[in-house]
Design a binder for this molecule. Structure first.
Ligand code: ADE
Length: 227
């Protein structure tokens, strides 16, 4: 898989890819991530990438020309499955969306800043708009990093234990059950005895029940979505 990220602030994006699972995925060539600095595509001497909104109002708008130039250059080199704009007014990211994006070959992520991009970028250049939640970040970079993390960990061979992505919260529509490791007793806080009993089927049943109880308490909306 290849991910091209178009951004005004590439330095905001580098560290998530420099450690842990994402770093390993890149080293193992499961994914290639390229950053493109939008300022390199600015046409005038001032390297201007934003301008005042037509009709007035507060805040600046990201200009269409540098974004178009950058996207066209990338599209000349390969075909893209999706060109995604990260924006708080996009479709809300969830596990099925990440699952589906993790099967793609090439995607472009466009990070917004200021008031956002000229509407014509959204109307003509991108294929999809994604929000990572109902809150506003100062730019799309952190949202792009969140999206990349959720996608890359699902690429086959990225996680050591092939089944572990399947047991994540949300993969089966439920939150994940509690987990424990040694010591079995810490300061008198004990691990549920069943988990150390060696009775695997009973442990499985216990996990299912706990996942269900936890979902019912914290996210009852997820249970309603299932029927
Ligand atoms: N840019 C600013 N806020 C965002 C959000 N919540 N999701 C995606 N991109 C954003």
């Amino acid at each position: 898989m290849r991910i091209d990220i178009i951004t005004l602030f590439p330095e905001l994006l580098s560290s998530p890819f420099e450690s842990s699972i994402l770093k390993r995925a890149i080293e193992a060539k499961k994914v290639v991530v390229h950053f493109h600095n939008l300022r390199d595509y600015a046409e005038n001497k001032q390297k201007q990438v934003d301008d005042y909104p037509f009709g007035g109002g507060a805040g600046m708008v990201m200009k269409i020309e540098p974004i178009d130039l950058c996207i066209q250059k990338l599209k000349q080199q390969r075909e893209y499955d999706e060109i995604i704009y990260l924006t708080p007014d996009g479709e809300q990211l969830n596990q099925p969306i990440s699952n589906s994006l993790s099967t793609k070959q090439n995607i472009i992520l466009l990070c917004g800043h200021y008031k956002g991009v000229d509407q014509r970028v959204r109307d003509h250049l991108i294929t999809r708009e994604i929000s990572i939640g109902d809150f506003v970040l100062s730019g799309g970079e952190l949202a792009a990093a969140v999206l990349c993390d959720s996608i890359i960990r699902l690429i086959p061979g990225v996680l050591g234990d092939e089944s572990s992505a399947l047991t994540d919260s949300y993969q089966d529509g439920l939150l994940a059950p509690p987990i424990y490791t040694r010591p079995a007793n810490y300061k008198g806080w004990e691990v549920p005895p069943l988990l150390t009993s060696g009775n695997t089927p009973a442990v499985e049943k216990w996990r299912e029940n706990k996942a269900f109880e936890k979902t019912k308490e914290i996210r009852p909306d997820l249970l309603k979505d299932q029927d």
